[in-house]
Design a protein around this ligand. Structure first.
Ligand code: ATP
Length: 408
């Protein structure tokens, strides 16, 4: 595929124009490193998170989900090494801790706390709870989707490097000698995910992170890099974290964080494989992969070729003409029916039909359904496919089932 000039600018502008992503506090001049998601961006993000949760939690029998507090006790992040080590160098040679510090409680009860810089620690601190409530056997994983906060010194490149963002993380617990096998399986899973969500696999590269560049807790890390318009940059990470976190939390808390191996009747501290995925970087990589400029019926158009599973709107329903009540009535009826069976369906009678197609193409709607005078007589509608522009007539009784089949 040919390279698109100024791709990032075009995506930023589409995101603003069409209600995906807005600069935070925009009426006050914006707020560096912070972004607000509008209706379609929120829908896209939710669909991405749902797909991830389905693939990595719901479809498996070895995964447990948690939703831990975002404001994190000082002791947790001290034991994990973040209080002393989670810093970036400043220009003058000193280091700046990039955690957002806050305090909980009033008066003498005030305690220093932090907005979590990663979701992982809330998983480690719940390790014993999951063992006690569910008695899983190794290997098993704990998954979490949620916000993370980093006071990045120079936030940039749209939602790529933000100060508030979201992560989808798994801590996968294995026997110490099982880490290589688990690492390989997760490496494969990452590629399956990249395909499933619609990130262009040809732009993804694995980078084996060298000894000096790896985080202190990791014995092996692969960065999954993506060719963003501003260069090849980290999209996801896959790290072997050893027993670093569980051991440190056990030491600091005085609570045993181990697993009883039923076979050998010995207690072990599991080792951990961590696939860590940024939601916002996924959104950006998906948009970069889907953004297409082509020509349809001799006119240039912009189209987001999103996978139907993550498209914010699945189907748009139009009456051919706005000022014909019988068409509008029929279209509204079809819209209501499809909304019940498919969900993310919109009704649009604004502007001419060409304009409506353009609008839906720009937000990546896979199918448009148009109700015309023939529809009233013959009981069928025109269904137009986003990527090819191909139109065909489908009888109303088959419409919902047919659309569902095509949406996959
Ligand atoms: P980078 O080197 O780009 O700062 P990192 O190595 O610090 O990233 P991790 O700590 O491995 O990132 O975080 C896991 C994932 O969280 C990253 O792969 C990325 O998808 C996401 N992520 C990290 N920092 C940010 C950020 N500032 N804005 C958006 N997403 C982020």
């Amino acid at each position: 595929m040919e390279k698109i000039d100024n791709l990032l600018d075009k995506i930023v502008s589409l995101c603003k124009r069409r209600g995906f992503v807005y600069p935070s506090a925009e009426i006050y001049g914006g707020f560096a490193g912070f972004w607000d998601y509008g209706p379609y961006g929120l829908a896209l993000k939710n669909n991405i998170k749902q797909l991830w949760w389905k693939m990595f939690v719901m479809d498996r029998d070895d995964m447990y989900g948690v939703d831990a507090a975002q404001i994190t006790k000082h002791e947790v992040l001290q034991a994990s090494g973040h209080v002393s080590g989670f810093s970036d160098p400043l220009a003058d040679g000193s280091r700046f801790n990039t955690m957002f510090r806050t305090s909980a409680g009033a008066g003498e009860e005030t305690a220093t706390a932090y907005l979590r810089p990663e979701t992982a620690q809330g998983i480690f601190t719940n390790f014993k709870n999951i063992i006690d409530s569910f008695h899983p056997s190794l290997p098993f994983g704990i998954a979490q989707i949620g916000k993370a906060f980093r006071n990045e010194i120079s936030p940039r490149d749209f939602i790529f490097r933000a100060r508030e963002f979201e992560q989808m993380e798994v801590e996968y617990f294995v026997k110490p000698d099982g880490w290589r096998e688990a690492f390989g399986l997760w490496q494969k899973k990452m590629h399956e995910w990249i395909d499933a969500v619609g990130i262009d696999a040809k732009k993804v590269y694995e980078l084996e992170v060298t000894d000096n560049e790896r985080a202190h807790y990791s014995k092996r890390t692969i960065d999954f890099e993506f060719d963003f318009p501003f260069g090849r940059k980290e999209l996801y990470g896959l790290a072997y974290r050893t027993d670093y976190d569980l051991s440190n939390h056990a030491k600091a808390s005085g609570v045993e964080l181990s697993y009883l191996d039923e076979e050998t009747k010995t207690k072990i501290t599991p080792h951990v494989i961590e696939p860590s995925l940024g939601v916002d970087r996924t959104v950006l990589a998906v948009l970069c992969s889907a953004y297409t400029e082509d020509e349809m019926n001799g006119e240039p158009r912009i189209v987001l070729k999103l996978k139907p599973a993550i498209a914010p709107v699945k189907v748009a329903v139009f009456p051919l003409l706005k000022n014909k009540p019988e068409l509008v009535k029929k279209a509204r009826e079809i819209f209501r029916d499809l909304k019940i069976s498919i969900g993310a369906v919109v009704f649009d009678d604004n502007g001419n039909i060409g304009k409506r197609y353009r609008r839906q193409d720009e937000i990546g709607t896979p199918f448009c359904v148009t109700v015309d005078f023939d529809s009233l007589e013959k009981g069928d509608v025109t269904v137009r496919a986003r990527d090819t522009g191909k139109q065909e007539r489908i009888p109303l009784p088959d419409l919902s089932a047919e659309l569902k089949k095509r949406l996959g």
